[in-house]
Design a protein around this ligand. Structure first.
Ligand SMILES: [Zn+2]
Length: 145
C-alpha cells in the first residue's frame, strides 16, 4: 500500500506542505493566510489536475497541524478508492510534459509546431513530430519528478 508523504514547499514566508501519494502530488496542508487568530489556522485540500475531476476536490480547516493531517488522511482514504492508476498517470504525463517543454525552451530548441514541416529536434537529439507525446513519455519519462 502506497503511503502519503509530505515535502515542505519552498515558500519561506508561509508553512505549506505538499502531500504526495507515491510520486503524485495529491494535495496540501498549510497555514492559512490572512485569517483572524480566532479562526482555524491550518487548511488542507486534496485535488490534482489533470487526473481528478475538479468537483471531486476536498478541503477543510483545523486548529492544529495534526488535526489537519488527520482530516486529510480520512478524506484521502475515501477518495483513494474512487481513483485508479489512469488518474495518477494523467497527472504524471502532464508533469513530465511541462518539464520537457521547459527544458526545450531552456535549451533553445524549437517545438515541432514552430516549424512549417511539423518536425523538430528534441534536446536529446531525436527528431520529433508534432505528435511527440510517445517520445516524451518513453524517452523522458519522469523528467518532471
Ligand atoms: Zn528527447
Amino acid at each position: 500500500m502506497t503511503a502519503l508523504t509530505r515535502r515542505r514547499s519552498d515558500d519561506e514566508h508561509q508553512e505549506t506542505w505538499h502531500i504526495y501519494f507515491g510520486d503524485v502530488r495529491v494535495g496540501t496542508i498549510g497555514v492559512r493566510a490572512g485569517i483572524p487568530t480566532s479562526a482555524d489556522q491550518w487548511g488542507w485540500s486534496i485535488g490534482f489536475y489533470p487526473g481528478m475531476e475538479p468537483g471531486a476536490q476536498r478541503s477543510g480547516s483545523a486548529a492544529k497541524f495534526d488535526e489537519a493531517r488527520a482530516a486529510f488522511e480520512n478524506a484521502w482514504r475515501e477518495l483513494e478508492s474512487t481513483l485508479n492508476e489512469d488518474n495518477f498517470e494523467a497527472w504524471r504525463r502532464s508533469r513530465d510534459f511541462h518539464a520537457w517543454k521547459n527544458r526545450m525552451w531552456a535549451e533553445h530548441c524549437r517545438m515541432p509546431t514552430q516549424n512549417e514541416n511539423g518536425w523538430s529536434k528534441c534536446f536529446c537529439g531525436e527528431p520529433i513530430p508534432v505528435a511527440c507525446e510517445a517520445h516524451i513519455h518513453t524517452v523522458h519519462r519522469g523528467i518532471g519528478a
